[in-house]
Design a protein around this ligand. Structure first.
Ligand SMILES: [Zn+2]
Length: 454
């Protein structure tokens, strides 16, 4: 599509530097780029969308989502088990997935994300076959940052590991493969599961590869107090302090969770300009994050914290509106303070701060002339949008993903009237259900539901 005109939008929440909210403006998109934002645009376009009674927003950016398995493994494990038990059993099932299954589940997940208003996604390296993610991203049109997770220590979670040399080679090979696509919508990243299961040598090698290819390096860290304690007892230093000392922090280092951190570790993150991905819907369950974590302090001190959804198997839902709502209220409640995490801050974490967290700030995260056209058009009518005097309040506290009408990535319409244009979602849903059941059988999984199903 050469040109696209989004005409007479009742509201445009730009998320630009001044955080302007525009009334009755139009946006002209040409060759995938935002060409003009003005009250009156006289140029004609190949496609014109009437945006009266709509809000236009930058597309949401999901900084941490395990897209290759989450939607198929959702609900297989019983509720209430410990995090370690959950992960060990989950990865035990996931290890049985083949490339075709990963591709189908990734396709379904990316379709779900696009329909929910996400235009970009960082997948933190958990697919066994990175190619399956890339194929799904090319088909759906989503913007993707992905890579191959490597680690070199045996671990109780049963995550595949290799020698340090092989892990280093595999990580770099994966980056080069993605770069060889020469597709600006698909970016490589480096990933390891956690510094707990990774040698100092490998962490430093991954950081060096990340620096030489200007690619994000991501890993899980400080997700609960117990994991911090275990790490500190084993290594003699808190995890982020350790990463700082061995030179692994930096502007392209993206730490998933980073909830339980010391004052010194916050200083480490600030001085290194490191980034954080926060996943409210997986962190809220039993970690005490709302009351006891330092996440609001990280945000307040200016660290680029972006939002994510983790896997559908741990979070269940992928709705960015529910994620934003939770991000706001869990800390207000936990800290007995209604001024923490206001809607404006949470919207930044879902868009422009998220873009900086995953290295996409030059092209995405705000609506500004010269950026790529990654936008969503939201229906701003109906009960949850009334009276709509100030969209950020409705966006964070009232709306859900059902108000997403049109999703545009790189100037291409990928969702229209709430429907995916790239593939038949119902057909793929049937396949994902089959994969879920096949995986349970193949891995010898025993269901443990409390209530009998007759
Ligand atoms: Zn994760």
């Amino acid at each position: 599509m050469a040109t696209l005109l989004l005409k007479d939008a009742s509201w445009i929440v730009t998320m630009d530097e001044k955080r302007r909210i525009l009334r009755n403006y139009s946006v002209l998109i040409e060759k995938g780029m935002i060409k003009k934002i003005a009250k009156k645009i006289t140029e004609s376009a190949d496609v014109t969308l009437d945006c009266k009674d709509k809000v236009i927003m930058p597309g949401f950016i999901n900084c941490h989502c395990h897209a290759s398995y989450g939607h198929a493994l959702r609900g297989l494990l019983p509720e209430g088990i410990s995090r370690e038990d959950y992960l060990r059993r989950l990865f035990g099932i996931q290890q049985n997935m083949d490339e075709e299954e990963e591709e189908i589940v990734s396709l379904f997940a990316m379709g779900d994300l696009l329909k929910s208003g996400y235009t970009s996604l960082l997948e933190p390296g958990t697919a066994k076959h990175t190619r399956s993610l890339v194929t799904a991203a090319l088909k759906t049109g989503i913007r993707l940052v992905c890579g191959r997770q490597v680690l070199d220590k045996e671990n109780p979670l049963g995550v595949t590991f290799s020698t340090t040399t092989d892990a280093r080679k595999e990580a770099e090979y994966s980056v080069r493969r993605i770069l060889s696509l020469e597709n600006k919508r698909i970016r490589p990243c480096l990933a390891t599961f956690s510094p707990t299961y990774c040698s100092k040598d490998l962490l430093q090698s991954l950081k060096a590869i990340s620096a030489s290819y200007k690619a994000i390096l991501t890993m899980h860290v400080a997700e609960d107090q117990r994991s911090v304690k275990t790490f500190t007892n084993a290594i003699g230093k808190r995890p982020i302090h350790y990463l700082s000392e061995i030179g692994v922090l930096g502007p392209q280092t993206l730490l998933a969770h980073a909830l339980f951190v010391s004052d010194e570790e916050i200083d480490n993150l600030i001085s290194s300009n490191s980034k954080v991905a926060f996943c409210p819907s997986s962190s809220v369950r039993g970690s005490g994050a709302g009351a006891n974590s330092r996440l609001p302090d990280l945000v307040q001190r200016g660290i680029d914290v972006g939002l994510g959804t983790d896997s559908a198997s741990s979070s269940y839902y992928q709705d960015p509106f529910r994620v934003m709502y939770l991000c706001s209220v869990m800390f207000q409640d936990g800290r007995h303070d209604r001024s923490i995490m206001p809607p404006e801050t949470v919207l930044e974490m879902a868009t422009i701060r998220a873009a900086r967290a995953v290295g996409l700030e030059a092209e995405a995260g705000s609506i500004e002339v010269g950026k790529r056209a990654d936008l969503i058009v939201i229906r701003a009518s109906g009960a949850e949008w009334t009276p709509n005097l100030y969209p950020p309040y409705h966006m964070v506290y009232a709306a859900d993903k059902s108000c997403i009408e049109t999703v545009i990535v790189d100037g291409n319409i990928v969702v229209r009237d709430g429907n995916l244009l790239s593939f038949d979602a119902e057909d793929v849903e049937v396949q994902v259900k089959r994969i879920s059941s096949d995986l349970a059988k193949r891995s010898g999984h025993k269901f443990e539901f409390k209530w009998k199903i007759a």
